[in-house]
Design a protein around this ligand. Structure first.
Ligand SMILES: Cc1cc2nc3c(=O)[nH]c(=O)nc-3n(C[C@H](O)[C@H](O)[C@H](O)COP(=O)(O)OP(=O)(O)OC[C@H]3O[C@@H](n4cnc5c(N)ncnc54)[C@H](O)[C@@H]3O)c2cc1C
Length: 178
């Protein structure tokens, strides 16, 4: 049997997304109201396990949710997918402390995630990135420039790719100072 979230997203897309998607696209406007509704539907925690407050969907169900969103407006899928990639990095590669700290916030949509790889001179060729992360006590200080980052403006908790030494790189969750 289908997970009930699929029907809920289908209804959301038909009733709330399709009527406004073209106008928002042509106005180049960020869909704040639709994103708030996706948050209410729990989509920011789609792949976050239930113990951390997420829906804990399997990836097939997640793919069907994304398919429904794209039926209405592909840009909404970008908002959720980029966020989900950041959450999965913490889930699969973070420490226990990072999971406890970030995953419930990702699931609620308080932490809004994204993935910051691309730089003005480095897109496909990710190895050419120049952003540097230098250790300062318990923190890293980042120096560099990123662009084309989905959720870069609206997000606040990004997984960012930087070089930590001249020939290696490190991915680090970064929380925008409030
Ligand atoms: C809608 C959208 C959302 C995005 N969101 C994000 C995001 O959230 N985070 C992020 O980090 N980036 C994001 N990007 C950036 C995206 O990852 C880059 O645009 C992509 O990696 C390509 O890089 P580029 O634009 O510099 O093109 P280039 O790397 O300059 O490539 C240009 C063309 O050359 C081809 N090409 C490049 N190298 C080779 C090669 N060695 N051999 C043959 N062909 C080659 C490519 O296939 C392409 O057709 C987003 C881009 C778009 C359009």
């Amino acid at each position: 049997m289908d997970h009930p979230v699929i029907a809920a997203v289908r209804e959301f897309v038909d009733d709330e997304v399709r009527p406004v998607a073209a106008a928002l696209e042509h106005a180049d406007a960020y869909p704040h109201a639709l994103v708030a509704r996706m948050r209410e539907l729990g989509l920011f925690g789609a792949l976050v396990p239930e113990p951390f407050g997420g829906l804990g969907l399997d990836v097939t169900t997640y793919a069907r949710v994304i398919e429904e969103l794209c039926r209405g407006w592909m840009s909404l899928a970008g908002v959720i997918n980029s966020h989900t990639m950041a959450a999965l990095i913490v889930l699969n590669h973070g420490t226990d402390a990072q999971r406890q700290r970030f995953l419930p916030r990702f699931a609620r949509g308080d932490a809004r995630g994204g993935l910051a790889l691309t730089e003005p001179h480095a897109g496909t060729d990710v190895q050419a990135i120049r952003t540097v992360a230098r250790r300062r006590g318990d923190d890293y200080v980042l120096t560099g420039t990123k662009l084309f980052i989905t959720n870069g403006r609206e997000g606040n908790t990004l997984a960012l790719l930087a070089r930590s030494r001249s020939r290696s790189s490190a991915t680090r969750a970064w929380t925008r100072p409030s």
